[in-house]
Design a protein. Structure first.
Ligand code: BES
Ligand code: ZN
Ligand code: ZN
Length: 504
């Protein structure tokens, strides 16, 4: 799909394409009688009966199509419900954009004019425009490039967002922002959806390098020999069961003075997790190609920050490996040493994410960061606790917690603060080594995993861990702009917002 922001009259904007559709908004202002309102007065007059009968109800996401309506030189008219104006948020626009995209696709239109002038003045905000752009691009994501017979695609739709103030700097910025964010999310989804054989640690690294080349990001990739030399015993230990070499991906973006401390993002890049010797059951094991979504989302975050030219220094770190059960694989009971010298017993080889993150977190601390944020599909327990709505995050830093809550709210993603205490740390003590990679207690598997990670973060450095096990892929059909199955790109928008908060 193609999308632009235009200010001119529709008549003069229509290109040679013939199958055009005009999109107008309906809503209701009075929550009691829910009388539908259409803000375009002349169309409202023509559709008076439809409004009276409430066949146009104004309900959120409702789409009513009038074929051959012929208004403003557009062949068809699509009326989209926004719901109650009192409850309207930027998230409503993301959701409504998904309804628009689906209807336009079904209609097989080649050109759609989304008339934001049909909104009440208050709703024509930058945030709503940005959300509309995000919603359209996020909904357009499809992953079918590995099918030999491609699904017949409807002709590429040209979306125009019509807004009088289109040339104003703030609206132009909101438009570009939505574009950059949604493109980044779709890129991360693509990395996640690729099968394990076509998204090995080396391929993931190459994709990151290629992405970095398009923006001002420096990419460095360590191979196995370098990882060994750098004493990354966790990453190396996990990789031993596989023929594929591990990689350690470093992305650096300098948008501020060199003296300014970087915001460091760390992402779990497990390109396939069979559990290792503590092998997983076969059912749904194929989903473990998504175990690199934390890494993919961190790569996409850094690229988006660079694309947006944020005045902040950002580093992205992705330890990437497979977790397989080959002859040299780490065995239960084996002990490895992380980069900071701490030792751990691997009592369950399926708890591998924390092992590769340990080295990456130590490296992150060496960068003297402002904050460290990590993202990982870390525990099945997280899926049990929060399902696929909220991403659970752990931090003991109140200031960072506030930053995270504000960033999530601004980006329309749902997060939930989870407990992390000394009790959880206690449960991760080892018998023969400093630490065990599984808890000695029952339950709270996500918190004890977070407590393990905390052992690799220097005191005084604000750090938060995001467990995206439930939200990284297969988020169901609640969010119309996310694929039901497939990678979601969770937290990229929030992470970019967190980075932005350090611009000042
Ligand atoms: N990648 C998995 C976590 C996971 C499982 C994410 C299911 C999403 C859905 C992780 O490496 C893992 O297997 N964790 C174990 C840890 C346990 C052995 C302590 C888990 O959660 O079962
Ligand atoms: Zn595992
Ligand atoms: Zn895993």
């Amino acid at each position: 799909m193609t999308i632009d922001l235009i200010s001119q009259d529709l008549e003069s904007a229509i290109s040679s394409k013939s199958n055009t559709v005009l999109v107008l908004f309906s809503s209701f202002t009075d929550d009691k009688d829910k009388t539908p309102v259409l803000h375009n007065k002349s169309v409202a007059k023509q559709l008076e009966t439809n409004l009276e009968e409430k066949s146009i109800s104004g309900k959120t996401g409702e789409t009513v199509l009038f074929r051959e309506f012929a208004h403003a030189s557009c062949r068809h008219l699509l009326v989209v419900g926004l719901g109650s104006l009192k409850e309207l948020t930027h998230e409503s626009f993301r959701q409504v954009a998904a309804s628009i995209y689906d209807s336009v696709k079904q209609l097989k239109a080649d050109e759609a004019f989304i008339d934001l002038e049909s909104l009440a003045a208050k709703q024509k905000s930058e945030a709503n425009l940005q959300a509309m752009v995000e919603g359209l691009i996020l909904t357009s994501y499809e992953f079918n490039e590995l099918k030999s017979k491609k699904d017949k695609k409807p002709s590429d739709v040209l979306f125009h967002i019509v807004l009088k103030e289109a040339k104003t700097a703030v609206y132009k910025a909101a438009f570009s922002e939505g574009l950059a964010l949604a493109d980044a999310v779709n890129f991360a989804r693509y990395l996640g959806d690729m099968p394990g054989n076509l998204m090995t640690p080396d391929i993931l690294a190459k994709k990151a390098v290629a992405g970095a080349k398009e923006v001002k990001v420096k990419a460095t990739v360590w191979d196995k020999a370098r990882i060994k030399k750098e004493r990354m015993g966790g990453l190396l230990g996990v990789s031993m069961g596989s023929d594929q070499e591990p990689r350690f991906i470093v992305l650096e973006y300098n948008g501020a003075a060199k003296s300014k401390k970087p915001v460091v993002f760390v992402g779990k890049g497990l390109t396939f997790d069979c559990g290792g010797i503590s092998i997983k059951p076969s059912a749904a094991m194929e989903e473990m190609k998504y175990d690199m979504c934390g890494g993919a989302n961190v790569i996409a975050t850094v690229l988006a920050v660079a694309k947006l030219n944020l005045k902040v220094n950002v580093i992205g770190l992705v330890p990437a490996t497979e977790n397989l059960a080959g002859p040299s694989a780490t065995k239960p009971g084996d002990i490895h040493t992380a980069r900071n010298g701490k030792t751990f017993e691997v009592n369950n080889t399926d708890a591998e994410g924390r092992l590769i993150l340990s080295d990456a977190l130590v490296y992150a601390c060496e960068q003297k960061p402002e904050i460290i944020i990590d993202a990982a599909t870390l525990t099945g327990a997280m899926v049990i606790a929060l399902g696929n709505t909220h991403t659970g995050y752990f931090t003991r830093n109140e200031k960072l917690k506030k930053t995270i809550e504000e960033a999530a709210k601004a980006s329309g993603e749902w997060v939930w603060n989870m407990p992390l205490t000394d009790f959880h740390v206690q449960d991760m003590k080892g018998t023969y080594a400093d630490l065990s990679n599984i808890s000695s207690g029952k339950g709270a598997g996500s918190a004890t995993a977070a407590a393990f990670l905390e052992q690799f973060v220097e005191e005084g450095i604000p750090w938060a861990h995001f467990d995206i096990a439930g939200t990284g892929w297969s988020v169901g059909n609640r969010l119309k702009y996310c694929p039901k199955k497939g990678a979601s790109g969770a937290m990229i928008r929030t992470f970019v917002e967190i980075a932005r908060s350090f611009e000042r």
